[in-house]
Design a binder for this molecule. Structure first.
Ligand code: 13P
Length: 283
């Protein structure tokens, strides 16, 4: 089906409290595998791309590829730019017709972040796109963007004003999750999600999905964290699949067979997450 705007995916998910996977794809193969997973699970899906991948492939090529692939499946899918502090890259993606962007102003002062996020929301509106906002840095470096430390936690009143004054469509708070692999048991701030949603009913974005337990996912989703980001696990699955295939078939040189093995594993991985998030059968 044709590509759908982000609110068409997030609004029903938020209302009915199921999670939607936002998978950071790295190329055509992983994009297609994630869409095929959603098709098989009859689930809506968010195809998410990091700035590094945009710089490697180009915003237009990714959008064209996405449009072509999304047309071939019969579930709602939308294209989102992950953590982007660079307004130029955001403009490029919006001009190329992307559906949604995360303006990551967590490195700015509250006032500058507010001003710049507002400007990005205005620009996105003209292009029919949605904006995810971020105030506090999520711990962990993702494709060269981010910080090893969690950002300062902003008082609830300011976080709520930020959501209201910027007009963002979803909000990514720091709740103790982190990008990359967890070294120990993460201490999740469930109350923060509940408090924000109680004051301002906006879909919350769960960053750092890789390594969280099914129980943590489910608790956070029920509270309103319905956009669930998965990046590291996709990379691990992709790389492991290639490694294992080559180990098992040391004389195989046909790239298509090698890639088909990786595609299958990424697809199975994504279906597993969609089931846990509760979006299976929702499309
Ligand atoms: P992981 O790399 O932990 O899956 O986090 C993904 C993410 O939050 C992307 O922004």
């Amino acid at each position: 089906m044709p590509v759908v705007p982000m609110p068409e995916i997030l609004e029903p998910a938020f209302k009915n409290r199921y999670g939607v996977g936002a998978f950071n794809i790295v190329n055509d193969l992983t994009m297609e595998a994630v869409l095929a997973a959603a098709e098989e699970a009859r689930s809506p899906v968010i195809v998410q791309v990091s700035v590094k991948t945009v710089k490697t492939m180009g915003a237009r090529l990714i959008r064209l590829m996405f449009e072509e692939m999304a047309e071939k499946v019969s579930i709602p899918a939308t294209l989102h730019l992950d953590h982007c502090p660079d307004v130029k890259v955001i403009e490029e993606c919006l001009e190329a017709g992307w559906n949604s962007v995360l303006f990551d102003g967590s490195g700015l002062s509250y006032e500058d972040n507010l001003d710049q996020t507002r400007a990005v929301v205005a620009l996105a509106k003209k292009c029919g796109a949605a904006v995810e906002g971020e105030l506090e840095a999520v711990r962990g470096v993702e494709d060269g963007i981010g910080s090893v430390n969690e950002g300062m936690i902003i008082p609830l009143d300011e976080a709520v004003s930020f959501i209201r004054e910027t007009g963002i469509g979803s909000f990514a708070p720091a709740i103790g999750t982190a990008h990359g692999l967890y070294k120990g048991e993460p201490k999740i701030n469930f109350d923060r999600v509940a408090e924000i949603v109680a004051r301002e009913p906006v879909p919350i974005v769960l960053h750092g999905g890789t390594g969280l337990s099914d129980e943590v996912f489910r608790r956070l989703i029920v509270l309103g964290a319905v956009k669930v980001n998965i990046s590291t696990q996709l990379k691990i699955t992709f790389a492991d699949a290639l490694r294992e295939y080559l180990n098992e078939h040391p004389t195989e040189y046909n790239p298509l067979k090698l890639l088909a093995a990786a595609r299958e594993r990424v697809k199975v991985m994504a279906i597993g997450f969609l089931r846990v998030f509760g979006s299976e059968g929702k499309a």
